[in-house]
Design a protein around this ligand. Structure first.
Ligand SMILES: [Fe+2]
Length: 395
């Protein structure tokens, strides 16, 4: 506890909490600046933050008494500025034994001519820089680069005088130093967080485009069902939304449904085209080959970690509620909902498009077929949703 009643340990803990919760560096720095002005009673303060594209330190946030504070964005120090070089090259700890600069102490030492030659010239320039910014103390903020193990100067905290014009006390300076090092770490984390997020977005987009391209390749292979996959995705989404309204579904379900419906026939990549496009009369042997496609789909997808949750949708999309489907003859609620939805969407599209051996059914006829298949081919939960949503579809 300091003698002005501020509990620095508590303040540091609360600042650390903000740093964990807030991933927006600018907001974080604003909070820190406001705390210094309000709680420590500093007239004005600001943070010079390193911009690595421009290789310069820009006053990114500032706060305090208007007229005294330097507006953010209006000041910068290039990396050859004496004050920046002083911290970057470690002169602060070499000359003063610690990593900070106080204007009063610097002036005192210059007046007493404690330093000579180049050092004295450099300190004079630094003293002048601090006067320009009306700064009583500068606290550097470093982070240790894990690859080079070198300290990198991320920013400098510029502190004006205290409102009561007294000098900073040691515990206050210690507090600022701790704060500055925490901020550096938080800024670094925020930067890493941003980079990771970007990388994740790039990967997701790549993943989405790859899977879409793959599904489109299958769709193109089957000349009679062109556009089939996009329609199955659309019908599956409509069914999922309807079931979600009534029964509620977990957060990932709709996304899994989109991917599973996109990839449900991926196993057809291994099915000979002449079978897929055969006008009619498949032999038992040929039918068996076609029936392999759900399991072939599983073989393709099982090595992709991100797709593990959609595999049941692909594997069981030809199962029937009465147990007469394939590949395993699952019955009733043994069939995952993901698969039951795709199965119904798939059947509705098959019925409403022309096939080599028959003309398409009308929407009403297809809905009647779904009603008839409720509880035998289709899960009643899905069939009821289908009757409702498919009735609303435009022809
Ligand atoms: Fe299929």
């Amino acid at each position: 506890m300091s003698n002005n009643g501020l509990n620095y340990k508590k303040e540091l803990e609360s600042a650390a909490k903000s740093m964990i919760l807030i991933h927006d560096p600018r907001l974080l720095m604003k909070i820190i600046v406001r705390m210094i002005v309000q709680k420590v009673g500093v007239k004005h303060t600001g943070i010079l933050l390193y911009d690595n594209e421009k290789d310069t330190y820009i006053l990114t946030v500032s706060g305090g008494v208007s007229g005294l504070k330097v507006p953010a964005g209006f000041a910068r120090m290039d990396s050859d500025n004496p004050l920046i070089r002083f911290f970057r090259e470690g002169f602060d700890s070499k000359i003063f034994g610690e990593r900070l600069l106080e204007a009063a102490r610097l002036k005192l030492e210059l007046t007493a001519r404690k330093h000579r030659g180049k050092t004295a010239a450099m300190l004079k320039k630094i003293s002048y820089q601090m006067e320009i910014f009306d700064t009583a103390a500068c606290i550097p903020s470093f982070f240790r680069d894990p690859s080079s193990l070198k300290d990198v100067l991320m920013g400098v905290l510029l502190l004006g005088e205290k409102k009561n014009n007294s000098a900073f006390k040691q515990d206050e300076l210690d507090f600022f130093a701790a704060l500055a090092s925490d901020v550096a770490m938080a800024l670094r984390n925020a930067q890493l967080f941003k980079e990771l997020k970007q990388e994740l977005e790039n990967r997701q987009s790549l993943f989405y485009h790859t899977t879409t391209a793959l599904a489109a390749a299958i769709d193109a292979k089957d000349s009679y069902t062109h556009g089939h996959i996009n329609r199955v995705i659309r019908y599956s989404q409509l069914l999922g939304e309807e079931i979600k309204k009534r029964n509620g579904l977990n957060g990932h379900f709709m996304e899994n449904l989109r991917l599973a419906s996109l990839l449900h026939d991926i196993g057809k990549i291994g099915t000979p085209e002449k079978l897929l496009n055969k006008p009619s009369g498949l032999t038992i042997g040929e039918f068996k080959i076609i029936q392999q496609h759900p399991l072939d789909g599983v073989k393709i997808l099982q090595s992709i970690k991100e797709l593990s949750e959609i595999i049941p949708g692909v594997k069981y999309h030809h199962e029937r509620y009465d147990g007469k489907g394939y590949p395993e003859g699952l019955k009733g609620k043994q069939i995952p909902l993901l698969a039951s939805i795709i199965s119904c969407a798939d059947a509705f599209d098959a019925m409403t498009t022309d096939r080599p051996y028959r003309k398409a059914l009308t929407r009403e006829q297809a809905i009647t077929e779904i009603e008839r298949g409720c509880g035998s081919q289709f899960d009643p939960l899905v069939a009821k949703a289908a009757i409702k949503v498919f009735s609303r579809l435009k022809e």
